[in-house]
Design a protein around this ligand. Structure first.
Ligand code: MG
Length: 141
């Protein structure tokens, strides 16, 4: 994929295969100031992460080709030794006991359950952006 170079390092990457959820994400993310890119499977998410160096990833867990857990593991494995750590928010409809733990073990930083609640999602996004922009983090980067 060829992405607009303007997006590199300054967009939100969202991986979601369900069309209705994609529309909800488009509307929700459209309410904030950052550009965003939506891809439809885990392998596309890993490829887009390599190219776009996004500010964060909103990662659906249940996706075709490669699921969100495997995509998260692959990203964390590639980050090893680079000092990089993209914030990953796992999104799953399977609000079953043990799911949050599975997401965290795969390397996600946060966990939100579906159906997507726009207010909850947007506040998580701004929380992550605030942390990323904090002087402490900036000094480490
Ligand atoms: Mg899905």
């Amino acid at each position: 994929m060829n992405y607009d170079p303007e997006l590199v390092g300054r967009c939100i990457l969202s991986a979601e295969d369900n069309e209705v959820n994609q529309i909800v994400l488009e509307h929700t993310l459209g309410e904030q100031d950052l550009p965003f890119v939506i891809v439809s499977d885990g392998a596309a998410a890993v490829a887009a992460w390599r190219e776009l160096k996004p500010l964060m990833i909103l990662m659906d867990i249940s996706m075709p080709v490669q699921n969100g857990l495997d995509a998260t593991r692959e990203i964390r494995a590639e980050e090893l030794g680079t000092g990089r750590h993209v914030p990953i928010v796992a999104l799953t409809a399977h609000a079953l006991k043990g799911d949050e733990e599975k997401c965290m073990q795969a390397g996600a930083d946060y966990y939100l359950t579906k159906p997507i609640n726009p207010d909850v999602l947007l506040s998580k996004v701004s929380e992550i952006i605030e942390q990323t922009n904090s002087p402490r983090i900036a000094a480490i980067v």
